[in-house]
Write a protein that binds this ligand. Structure first.
Ligand code: PNS
Length: 159
């Protein structure tokens, strides 16, 4: 039984994240999308809002659940009986950070391994920060996020 965790900030969830979730759900039995509850980080959306958006966007995937976590990812993985961490890799610039994180996590808990999926080519440039930057200046978000998420980002930015 492969239970995997796909962790992230998801502030907000992008089409790139959804592509990874979709593909990861096909190669795992259970996929837990884990939203980082980091009080110190300056997030646009609250953790509850991010979880809700992800639940709506993944409702069609039967083996996907969305949870939030605080503290160490490997501790949350152990709590969920998950033996895989899934991360998306966009470009070489992601690699150093991802390698460091994967190795740190493996030292903290050798039973948990990290598996990388390469980002879809059409999303290789995409990040939540890009979405927020474009939204700030009133740009079209349709290539980056779903219509529902776009609406919520615009509402939040303009509030
Ligand atoms: O979407 P992000 O911001 O790139 O996700 C980063 C995340 C949430 C995967 C990472 O910050 C994380 O796992 N934080 C929890 C704290 C932790 O376990 N740190 C040790 C690994 S270096």
């Amino acid at each position: 039984m492969y239970t995997a965790i796909y962790p992230g900030s998801f502030d907000p969830v992008t089409k790139g994240h959804l592509d990874i979730i979709d593909r990861a759900s096909k190669v795992t039995d259970n996929l837990i999308v884990a939203v980082l509850n980091n009080g110190a980080k300056n997030s646009l959306f609250s953790v509850e809002e991010r979880v809700k958006m992800l639940e709506e966007e993944t409702a069609h995937l039967n083996n996907v659940t969305v949870k939030s976590f605080a503290g160490l990812l490997v501790d949350f993985a152990a709590e969920c009986n998950a033996n895989m961490i899934i991360r998306g890799l966009r470009a070489i610039t992601d690699f150093e950070y991802e390698l460091q994180m994967a190795q740190t996590n493996r030292i903290l808990n050798h039973k948990v391994d990290t598996f990388f999926l390469t980002a879809g080519l059409e999303y290789a440039y995409l990040s939540s920060s890009t979405v927020k930057e474009v939204a700030k200046f009133g740009g079209d978000l349709s290539a980056f996020v779903t219509p529902k998420v776009a609406e919520q980002v615009k509402k939040k930015i303009n509030s």
